[in-house]
Write a protein that binds this ligand. Structure first.
Ligand SMILES: Cc1ncc(COP(=O)(O)O)c(C=O)c1O
Length: 393
């Protein structure tokens, strides 16, 4: 372990000890799990940092962690307790827990187990889809700009990526996407709400599009942020999958449920699609941990906490809007826990200057314009952003 790593780990233990003062009834290793509202910065040059395009710039004095679209309010108290309790039996493979989680998700979604695949977050499922459906070539159609994990994986297996520009109001251009489909199209990927723009598509139009297009090719609807919508139940494509359409719907516990660090998510699709993906996708007991399963199971009982999280996110988001307006900036109205706004300077320089001030966020180039994508944090984080932003704007 490098000096930096061991130093940070020591600091982390110190920080967690501060937060766990009242938890002396629990074994020390477990009580430490209660802690860390702001996670430690492990290293400046990890693959993780590179994955998040924040490179070696993370400051040691991070005041606001606004680059990864996490839920800064964390998991619910029930989920935290379930996670800690599960540590005591974590020496066992979670063999018996998996059917319980499958049954819970199946009951929640109204599906059968052969339509479900659970993995350590939705990321392995995006990769599994790319490998399973595009490894023999063909193309994937997506919006540009959108979450690029799946299409990037498709390119890695030598498939072609067809990018369809967003509309003027930064939503998916479904008509143009449909026109872009060719006889070689193996997959159409729709991210709704879209990352990084935070926009949504009209739900009736999306449903009609997915049901029509899925007669020609597989449609993947990434619903990572759907729980932030007031009408999530009407917006999800789950009912279309249940009607038998060739659609894959992806969900994750990383966002509103606050379990990003535990890694758990799932897809729902036709049994034949799940069977096709099985040999190429890391899933089930091979990748699921007991704490992750316990956290996910408990989260289902926590509707009020989730509603509170969505409300606090909206308050922080409004504070951000007000700050941007006061400084003479516009933004794309967001339906999620992140917001994109156009910058008046080079994006790289902006993120570097903000990082120097302890605020981590990300920049994008879209339509020849530099943009910032800022995740919605707790109010103290948004205030740290506002203070740093006022020095630069
Ligand atoms: C749209 C979208 N899909 C999928 C993911 C992957 O999330 P996870 O692997 O944590 O489930 C993310 C992560 O930010 C995302 O933004």
């Amino acid at each position: 372990m490098s000096t930096t790593n061991s130093m940070n780990r020591r600091n982390w233990l110190k920080t967690t000890a501060l937060f766990t003062g009242g938890l002396t009834m629990l074994p020390p290793a477990i009580s430490r799990l209660q802690a860390a509202p702001v996670a430690p910065v492990a290293s400046n040059s990890t693959a993780y940092a590179n994955d998040f395009a924040i490179g070696p710039k993370l400051p040691a004095n991070l005041k606001a962690r606004l680059f990864a679209n996490e839920n800064p309010f964390g998991p619910s108290p029930n989920a935290k307790k379930a996670i800690m309790d599960s540590m005591l039996t974590s020496y066992q493979y979670p063999i018996m827990m998996i059917p319980e989680l499958e049954a819970k998700i199946c009951a929640h979604e109204g599906i059968t187990a052969d339509m479900l695949m659970i993995s350590s977050g939705s990321s392995p499922l995006l990769l599994g889809t790319a490998v399973s459906l595009l490894r023999d070539g063909g193309n994937v159609v997506t919006a540009e700009t959108t979450y690029d994990d799946l299409p990037t994986r498709c390119e890695k297996v030598n498939a072609k990526w067809i990018k369809v520009p967003l509309t003027k109001d930064y939503t998916h251009d479904l008509d143009a996407m449909e026109k872009a489909i060719t006889p070689d199209t193996k997959l159409v990927y729709v991210c709704n709400p879209n990352n990084p723009t935070g926009t949504i598509v009209d739900k009736d139009k999306l449903k009609a599009f997915c049901e029509r297009v899925s007669q020609k090719t597989t449609v993947f609807v990434d619903e990572a942020y759907i729980d932030y919508l007031p009408d999530a139940d009407d917006t999800t494509l789950m009912s279309s999958v249940k009607k038998g359409h060739n659609i894959i719907v992806a969900r994750t516990f990383s966002k509103v449920y606050g379990l990003a660090g535990l890694r758990i998510g799932y897809i729902v699709a036709q049994p034949a699609t799940i069977a096709k993906m099985q040999p190429h996708t890391a899933c089930s007991w091979a990748v699921l941990s007991a704490p992750a399963i316990s956290g996910a199971l408990a989260s289902y009982q926590d509707k009020p906490y989730i509603q509170e999280t969505v409300k606090k996110t909206a308050e922080s988001r409004q504070f951000l809007y007000d700050t941007l307006k006061a400084e003479g900036y516009s933004y794309i109205p967001s339906h999620t826990n992140f917001v994109m706004f156009p910058l008046k300077m080079d994006g790289e320089r902006f993120t570097e200057e903000m990082m120097k001030r302890g605020v981590g966020l990300r920049n994008w180039k879209m339509n020849d314009q530099h943009w910032c994508r800022i995740s919605i944090g707790r109010m103290d984080e948004m205030q740290a952003f506002a203070a740093a932003f006022k020095e630069l704007s």
